[in-house]
Design a protein around this ligand. Structure first.
Ligand code: NAD
Length: 259
């Protein structure tokens, strides 16, 4: 860990009042949910797995849909609990410095750790609900997984018989315009952007970093490996976020979250 960058980062965080936190899949690896692009990532190990997150394959190929439903059923998300990173951010929120928390994660672990749902933008949606691709039907994922349990392999929308999918934003799908607009407003208004556990290579979310930088915000990046936005960083801390975040946010994981 670069001690000088860590100390500068701490100072900037101390001086900031409108922080935008941007999180990625690296935050949840400690909770047993693999990332996509890291060295142990799902896509790194099986490039074919990328098709499960691509809307073009999903709508055109029933085989991919069945595989996607099995993957949702078997997802480690259902057993996962928040890790040190989620808890550190939730504890830090009590300082009132976090204005907005934009997460690319679909696992709901920020809210489970205690981050205020009002501040969290799940910019790529949530696996905890399903949405119909053809009508406005939306329901808890649990109901669809129960249908899978009883033998359906590709449960259709109960309202219109259309294609049902987790309420996540797949590649090839547009983000919810209101969510993106809110995230962009936060990037324009923040005085510091803290990006954690992301390759910062998925757009339009990655674009929040240059947007914040152009308006004078400090940029701090915490990740295990270099990211696409390191050139813009005022401090780039490379290593395990479960050690770096507590040090950066001055939080002790041994102390109970309610203290
Ligand atoms: P990514 O998979 O592209 O990259 C994750 C990064 O985190 C990698 O650079 C990896 O090296 C790093 N990392 C992993 N464990 C770490 C640790 N303990 N400490 C520090 N760094 C660590 O992630 P991304 O950029 O967030 O990918 C975006 C897409 O992946 C999103 O669309 C998101 O929806 C999806 N995704 C979500 C989840 C989830 O909800 N938990 C899991 C996998 C993928």
């Amino acid at each position: 860990m670069d001690k000088e960058q860590l100390l500068s980062g701490r100072d900037w965080i101390f001086e900031s009042n409108e922080i935008l936190v941007l999180t990625g899949a690296g935050l949840s690896t400690a909770s047993g949910i693999p990332d996509f692009r890291g060295p142990q990532g799902v896509w790194t190990k099986d490039p074919d797995a990328e098709k499960l997150s691509d809307i073009r394959y999903y709508v055109s190929d029933a085989r991919i849909r069945k595989k996607a439903w099995r993957s949702r059923r078997d997802s480690p998300v259902w057993e996962a609990t928040p890790g040190i990173g989620h808890r550190a951010i939730a504890a830090f929120e009590r300082t009132e410095k976090i204005h907005t928390l934009v997460t690319q994660n679909i696992d709901g672990l920020h809210q489970m750790a205690g981050s205020s749902p009002d501040r969290v933008i799940e910019i790529h949606g949530t696996i905890r609900e399903v949405a119909c691709l053809e009508c406005t039907y939306r329901a808890p994922m649990k109901e669809a997984l129960e249908r899978l349990e009883s033998g359906e392999e590709d449960p259709a929308c109960p309202a219109c018989n259309g294609i049902l999918k987790s309420a996540t934003v797949s590649f090839g799908q547009s983000l919810i315009p209101e969510d993106l607009a809110r995230a962009e407003r936060a990037a324009c208004a923040c005085d510091l952007l803290l990006a954690v556990g992301s390759t910062l290579s998925v757009y339009p979310v990655a674009g929040l970093v240059p947007m914040a930088k152009e308006r004078g915000a400090k940029i701090i990046i915490v990740n295990a490996e270099p990211t696409a936005m390191d050139d813009l960083a005022d401090a780039a801390l490379f290593g395990d976020l479960n050690e770096l975040l507590p040090a950066l946010l001055n939080w002790n994981p041994e102390v109970s979250d309610t203290e």
